[in-house]
Design a protein. Structure first.
Length: 212
């Protein structure tokens, strides 16, 4: 590697570091800036089922909003604490059944409706799984933030450990990754127990099109 390339890499690393530091500083400033807090309060309003509680961060969200701290040695210890906190909040199915109806699960995965100010309180909330995952190879449009779910059970198996892991991951993904982009479906009551059971079937029922 010549000197020119080395200088370019050093410049790039310096830029990335500066951006991270600036983001961390901005987050810290926002927490203690009365003007920012007032802007947040004035810029959002409760409307229908969309309340102001949505802009109030819990411990997990605050941790992930500070990339500098989250990446520090002290942050690593906090990360473990955050993940345990989320893991302890997960409830296993009350009826002991993990697998529901994959047909209903498919409809939930392909629905992005619910939980917005335009929805009624009784509007069924969808999982919106297609926004981040490929579910079926026939799909022509899907997100790539998360891994493909095609052949999920077929590739990973149907062991008790895999069933429990999948249940936990859908319920609260931050139990495994404190700053996961995946919504905490059970934590925020976005999906109920039956809906999660149906999504489980979509992923783990051998008869599901996902596993064909």
């Amino acid at each position: 590697m010549n000197m020119k390339n080395i200088k370019s890499l050093l410049a790039l690393f310096g830029l990335v570091f500066a951006v991270v530091v600036m983001q961390g500083s901005a987050v810290a400033q926002q927490k203690n800036d009365p003007k920012f807090n007032k802007m947040m309060k004035d810029g959002f309003r409760a409307d229908g089922i969309a309340g102001l509680d949505r802009i109030a961060q819990d411990e997990t969200q605050k941790f992930c909003s500070d990339p500098v701290f989250a990446g520090s040695k002290q942050g690593e210890l906090m990360r473990e604490k955050i993940q345990k906190l989320n893991m302890d909040s997960i409830k296993q199915p009350s009826d002991g059944k993990y697998i529901g109806d994959w047909k209903k699960g498919e409809a939930i995965a392909q629905s992005g409706r619910g939980a917005t100010w335009t929805d009624k309180a009784d509007t069924p909330i969808g999982g919106g799984c297609y926004n981040c995952h490929q579910i079926d190879q026939k799909e022509i449009s899907y997100g790539t933030i998360g891994p493909t779910l095609w052949n999920y059970g077929k590739l990973r198996g149907y062991s008790t450990e895999m069933v429990t892991y999948t249940w936990n991951r859908i319920n609260n993904s931050k139990a495994y990754n404190a700053c996961s982009n995946m919504p905490r479906f059970a934590h925020f009551k976005l999906l109920n127990e039956q809906q999660i059971q149906d999504l489980m079937a979509l992923l783990l029922d051998p008869a599901s099109p996902v596993n064909q």
